[in-house]
Design a protein around this ligand. Structure first.
Ligand code: HEM
Length: 631
């Protein structure tokens, strides 16, 4: 057989050389069949069939002569290997390293037979420019193509901002744009950072470390629920709460590879699938309740139209008319997709950046210094103004997003018509294409030999980075609408956490030589455990000093400890702020971190300032002055 194959290859080769460049496969096959038939007198029928089969294999499968030359020029990636790794649920980065990294790094383009149609991976800045500026050719694959009974379709909806094209997408983007591009209230994010701070200290006490990625998932879910829809998931306080569990189960189900590969099993769901469909009904009930309530509150004037993202979108659809309006189903489908697009993505980014800062204490110190200079050290939530000038922290965020782009490759585009790239490759109609953001971010050609190292200096002020090379949020008209939301959230959370805590990678961490990523659709660190300690700081109140360490908080009177009549108490009584002071102490006793008692501290401070200026409080000031002199 091997001699037959070898001679057939030689024979087919000689035939191909005789055929003009523009010959069709049909010409070739006809010519080949004629020759083989003529020789059949000498060969057995079996031999001829083998020859024909081998010739077909070589012409069509190997040489792909049924495909245009400009398409054949795109290097091939091993699709079967990729599929096998996908079914084995191998994490994205391992799958990528084993099956396509070498080709994409070198050639910047590759194609594979995965799924119903070939998929082309684009991985140079020039190719990303072409994909991102040709939305009519590189169209989004919509969820509508999934049958209506599938979990994915029911969960993410038929039409929404992420999975739509043309006029439908324009209408959704126009309604969502003003809601996203506004001045976000930092308090929501700050409130979540407060809670996370508290939870981390509890986890440290209970387990000796903190699983950072799931902690940030809880933070970003709470933040999105509050800032987006005015709904408090309370997942930081209660990770097993009803809606958190429902939501997490649904995400786990819908993004599981098995659900993508066998969607038809959803037609008659059984076992776990059945449970998930039931949970989806529960989740939908919640979403529709939120929408109904919001509409009623807006109508009655109970809620201001700019109170959260959903209110603004409802207001925008009320202001538009006819087809521009959004139905409740469309609003629900967008709310659902915002959860998918807007919570895990930022959680991954935050977990990665803390990991890199923990691995590089020198960068952590520098980032903390910048944070303290910008937002102070009194535990208050930073304002937008205070967050404007954070060049080093911003550089760290960008560098972490380079190394860990949550969206490692863009969701696939369906090719609506034949497209010739400027390099002369053909991307044929009916195939699919994606942009490999991960390759662009990890290619030595663009970032140098130290490409895998965390170096925020790459993004220092004044350094220009090609927007088609660094693309964590994509670029152009279909870039991430939530970029500003995410950046503000990251800045608030990072500055507040750096102000309060020190992050250390445990000596035996499996991540000590490099980040290990987990399974699933989005790139995220796998089981990332970090040690968190409190910074030691001085209490800034004028009356006494509270020094705290993470281990042993102590309240120290600044003067005259042990005297019979405690002048501290006397002074407090005179300020008339004893009640506020008690509230503050109770809060501190409860939370073990005065920075989590900001409201109580502010109330005490306001009261103290006010009473100090009262006529007749001179005695108090004298007392304070004499106490200072003694110290
Ligand atoms: C670090 C955080 C984030 C990353 C890395 C990220 C990344 C991306 C990327 C790469 C795209 C382009 C997808 C494509 O072209 O197919 C995208 C689109 C989108 N993102 Fe984000 N995203 C983040 C945060 C958010 C947040 C916080 C929200 C909402 C609250 C959000 C909502 C969206 C939406 C709605 C789109 C679709 C925009 C359109 O097609 O017009 N994202 N995001």
């Amino acid at each position: 057989m091997s001699t037959i194959t070898a001679s057939t290859i030689q024979y087919v080769d000689s035939l191909i050389k005789q055929v003009p460049g523009h010959a069709t496969v049909e010409d070739l096959v006809a010519k080949l069949t004629a020759k083989l038939t003529a020789k059949s007198n000498r060969n057995t029928v079996l031999g001829s069939a083998a020859l024909l089969l081998t010739a077909y294999y070589i012409l069509i499968r190997r040489l792909e002569l049924n495909k245009p030359k400009a398409y054949r020029a795109i290097p091939k990636i091993d699709g079967i290997k990729n599929m096998r790794l996908l079914i084995q649920n191998v994490p994205f980065v391992d799958r990528y390293n084993q099956s396509m990294k070498a080709i994409l790094d070198d050639k910047g383009i590759g194609r594979a037979s995965i799924g119903p149609a070939d998929i082309i991976f684009l991985a140079t800045p020039e190719l990303s420019r072409q994909l991102l500026n040709n939305n009519e050719v590189f169209t989004k694959e919509t969820v509508e193509t999934a049958p209506a009974y599938t979990l994915v379709r029911k969960f993410f909806g038929g039409v929404n901002l992420v999975f739509s094209n043309g006029d439908v997408w324009k209408r959704h983007r126009a309604i969502a744009n003003p809601a996203f591009h506004r001045s976000w209230d930092t308090k929501v994010f700050g409130h979540c950072a407060d809670e996370m701070s508290e939870q981390m200290i509890k986890d440290m006490a209970d387990h000796g470390d903190v699983e950072l990625h799931s902690m940030f998932q809880r933070l970003t879910l709470d933040a999105l629920g509050l800032a987006g829809f005015g709904f408090d998931f309370q997942s930081l306080r209660n990770p097993n709460g009803r809606y958190v569990t429902v939501y997490n189960d649904l995400m786990g189900g819908a993004l599981n590879g098995m659900y993508f590969l066998f969607p038809w099993l959803d037609k008659f769901p059984m076992g776990r699938r059945y449970q998930l469909h039931k949970k989806l009904e529960e989740f939908d009930e919640l979403l529709y309740d939120i929408i109904r309530q919001k509409k009623a509150d807006l109508e009655s004037g109970k809620l201001s139209p700019d109170s959260d993202l959903l209110s603004m979108m409802i207001q925008a659809t009320n202001d538009s008319s006819g087809e521009s309006k959004m139905s409740d189903v469309e609003l629900r489908d967008n709310v659902s997709i915002f959860f998918l697009a807007g919570h895990d993505t930022t959680a991954n980014a935050l977990a990665c950046i803390i990991y890199f800062l923990a691995r590089h204490p020198e960068y952590q110190d520098k980032a903390r210094k910048e944070a303290l200079e910008a937002i102070g050290d009194d535990g208050s939530i930073p304002t937008l103004d205070q967050l404007k000038n954070l060049p080093f922290i911003d550089a760290c965020i960008k560098e972490a997003l380079r190394l860990c782009p949550s969206v490692a490759q863009l969701p696939a585009r369906y090719i609506a018509k034949d497209y010739y790239t400027t390099e002369g490759y053909l991307i044929p109609k009916g195939t699919r294409a994606t942009l490999s953001i991960y390759t662009l971010h990890h290619n030595k050609k663009y970032w140098g030999e130290d490409v895998e190292e965390f170096k925020p200096e790459r993004f220092e002020e004044g350094k220009k980075i090609d927007p088609y090379l660094w693309l964590p949020f994509s670029f152009g008209s279909r870039s991430c609408i939530g970029q500003q939301f995410s950046m503000i959230e990251q800045r608030v959370v990072l500055t507040m956490l750096l102000q309060r805590h020190i992050f250390t990678l445990p000596a035996n961490s499996p991540h000590k030589d490099g980040l290990i990523f987990g399974r699933g659709g989005l790139l995220h660190p796998h089981n990332l455990r970090i040690e968190v300690t409190n910074r030691v700081i001085d209490f800034p109140l004028p009356l006494y000093n509270l020094q705290m360490t993470d281990k042993q908080p102590q309240l120290i009177n600044s003067s005259n400890a042990g005297e019979e009549e405690d002048p501290y108490d006397t002074r407090l009584q005179k300020t008339g702020c004893k009640e506020e002071n008690d509230d503050l102490l109770v809060c501190y006793a409860d939370k073990h971190d005065w920075r989590l008692c900001h409201a109580e501290m502010q109330a005490f401070r306001n009261c103290y300032q006010k009473n100090k200026q009262n006529a007749g409080s001179k005695e108090l000031e004298d007392l304070e002055r004499s106490s200072n002199n003694k110290n």
